[in-house]
Ligand binder design. Structure first.
Ligand code: F6P
Length: 564
């Protein structure tokens, strides 16, 4: 199968009847979650949904049943269903790069039928074959069958990558810490700041260190620079320790045992000196920010093992199936994506907080920043015409309760609307007690207290009833009606993590479809990359290059050169 985007011209959401109705509903809206809940004892039951193991309570959102139904109608009017099908079936919905978007194929079970064939490629069998290759390698590292040049087994895996080739693996490694094999540690290098690589390799034993160079394009300057620095470090350390001779042959043997790569550009991997036999591939239909479930997850597969990784993929797939087959009114990613549209386009929200009450998810907001903002930070639609409304909001967050003591003030009492997703699990990794107090229960009490305070607030009369002096009353009033979605799961297993990631992938997709944008390219990062290469000679002292800069850039470079 090969196809063009579902419609060459995006449907303008703002021209739909649903949009007109939503505008009228927004104008008439007097959000009052206190009153809505008091008048409607079934609200939570009616607005709670399940996807996989995720229990999702949407009831504290600023929507009436009518608005939710109108949002669903909006999804119909922009033909979301056809777009979902277009993505899953491999149509070229990434229009500017003329590519299919098939991260969902990475997690189809081996037994999936009928087989997915896209652009002549047997997608399922290719995915399974590469997965088996990754798993075989992971098994070798985990069992000690894979050794470094001296015969020592691997103790530390250093993943060198950036963006999607870093954020997914590092986030998932942190999230799944309890599943990591004893004796194995993963470290991550991403930044071109030399501090990153220098401090990451500090203290490592070169004989037990394996580097994974992860780069979809194998052309990213940060990753290739860090990979070369890592290679230099490896050689120097091995030679200094007397582990290898200082010869070309010994150096290349060291690379063969201590470097593997993940990329779609296997020719460039070979040019770097990494044996193609030690390289794991994926395909251009996997976007970087959608690639943690591809061979980009090799470091994770080593850490949690093939069984854990299969479980991770099964979690994604469960949500994929839900997204593809569930009617929109029950479809969690569809509803959450539509609610985001409601907040961004009708209630002027510019940001969206994601607040995990699970320490192991501490990198999840950072991961979501790339997923959502690189996907939906667009001003033109997929046919090149300007967007007709606001697009991607800023995603941000920190684990609770840290955020409570930092930025929640603004969410509770500021002038801006900040919709927030609260995420927690019922069973913690470390069930500790402080005397008689179950500390995880204290954490959850905070989750429930915050979502309750945000929804229902505190009135002036309630503040007064506490004996507060009248002039302080206004400062202590909480308006309430600040929207949250609560997501609970039994435990943070590999499957649940896969479910959470897929949930947000599809939320992002739904928003992109409504806005008529291509959520799968990222041209906005190109200009800065190109300019950095042009500016580099000026930074190094090339006077001609310096003279070619604008006055501000020139002055900054001059400051740097005067102070280095
Ligand atoms: O510059 C943005 C970007 O292209 C991301 O989309 C991508 O995840 C990252 O760079 C890294 O790219 P690569 O995996 O090709 O090194």
């Amino acid at each position: 199968m090969r196809g063009k985007p579902v419609t060459t011209e995006p449907i303008d959401a703002t021209a739909t009847t649903a949009w007109t109705d939503l505008t009228a509903q927004r104008d008439a809206l007097r959000p009052d979650l206190r009153a809505w809940f008091a008048a409607d004892p079934q609200r939570t039951e009616r607005l709670t949904r399940t996807v996989g193991d995720l229990h999702v309570d949407l009831s504290k959102n600023l929507v009436t049943d009518e608005t939710l139904a109108t949002l669903v109608r909006l999804a119909d009017e922009v033909r979301l269903g056809s777009h979902i099908e277009a993505m899953f079936s491999g149509q070229h919905i990434n229009s500017t790069e003329d590519r299919a978007v098939l991260h969902t194929a990475l997690r189809r079970p081996a037994s999936a039928s009928p087989a997915l064939v896209v652009d002549g490629q047997q997608v399922d069998s290719d995915v399974q074959a590469e997965l088996e290759k990754v798993f075989a390698f992971a098994d070798k590292v985990r069992s000690g069958a894979w050794t470094g040049v001296t015969g020592a087994r691997v103790a530390t895996v250093v993943n060198i990558g950036i963006g999607g080739s870093d954020l997914g693996p590092v986030m998932a490694y942190e999230a799944l810490a309890p599943y990591v094999q004893d004796g194995l540690e993963l470290r991550f290098v991403s930044n071109i700041d030399p501090t990153d690589i220098a401090e990451t390799v500090q203290g490592l034993d070169p004989t037990t260190t394996l580097f994974i160079v992860a780069s979809k394009t194998f052309g990213t300057i940060e990753t290739l620079t860090n990979a070369r620095l890592a290679r230099e470090w490896l050689w120097e350390q091995l030679i200094a320790a007397g582990a290898i001779e200082d010869t070309e042959e010994a150096r290349s043997q060291a690379v063969a045992r201590h470097f593997v790569a993940v990329s779609t550009a296997l020719d460039k991997v070979a040019a770097f000196g990494i044996d193609p036999a030690n390289a794991f591939g994926f395909w251009d239909w996997v976007g970087g920010r959608y690639s943690v479930d591809s061979a980009i997850g090799t470091s994770l597969a080593i850490a949690i093992g093939p069984d854990g990784f299969r479980d991770f993929l099964a979690g994604f797939h469960a949500v994929d199936e839900h997204f593809r087959t569930t009617p929109f009114a029950q479809n969690v990613p569809v509803l959450m994506g539509l609610l985001n549209v409601w907040y961004v386009n009708f209630l002027d929200a510019a940001t969206h907080a994601v607040l995990p009450y699970a320490q192991h998810l501490h990198r999840f907001p950072a991961y979501l920043q790339q997923l959502t903002m690189e996907s939906n930070g667009k001003s033109v639609r997929w046919d090149g015409s300007p967007v007709t409304t606001q697009t991607g909001e800023v995603f941000w967050g920190e684990p609770g309760t840290n955020g409570q003591h930092a930025f929640y003030q603004l969410i509770h009492q500021g002038t801006r609307l900040v919709p927030a997703d609260f995420i927690a699990v019922a069973n913690p990794a470390h069930p500790l007690k402080d005397g008689d107090t179950d500390v995880h229960e204290l954490l959850l009490a905070n989750f429930f207290a915050q979502t309750k305070a945000l929804a229902f607030g505190k009135t002036a009369d309630e503040v007064r009833a506490e004996g507060t002096a009248e002039h302080i009353v206004p400062a202590r009033v909480f308006t309430g009606s600040r929207p949250t979605t609560s997501i609970l799961a039994p435990a943070l297993t590999p499957s649940v993590l896969g479910q959470l990631i897929a949930l947000y992938e599809h939320i992002t997709f739904v928003q992109g479809v409504v806005w008529g944008i291509n959520s799968f390219d990222q041209w906005g990062v190109e200009l800065g990359k190109k300019l950095a290469l042009e500016i580099a000679p000026a930074v190094s002292g090339d006077s001609e290059a310096l003279a070619a800069q604008d006055q501000s850039t020139r002055s900054l470079i001059e400051y740097y050169r005067a102070h280095r």
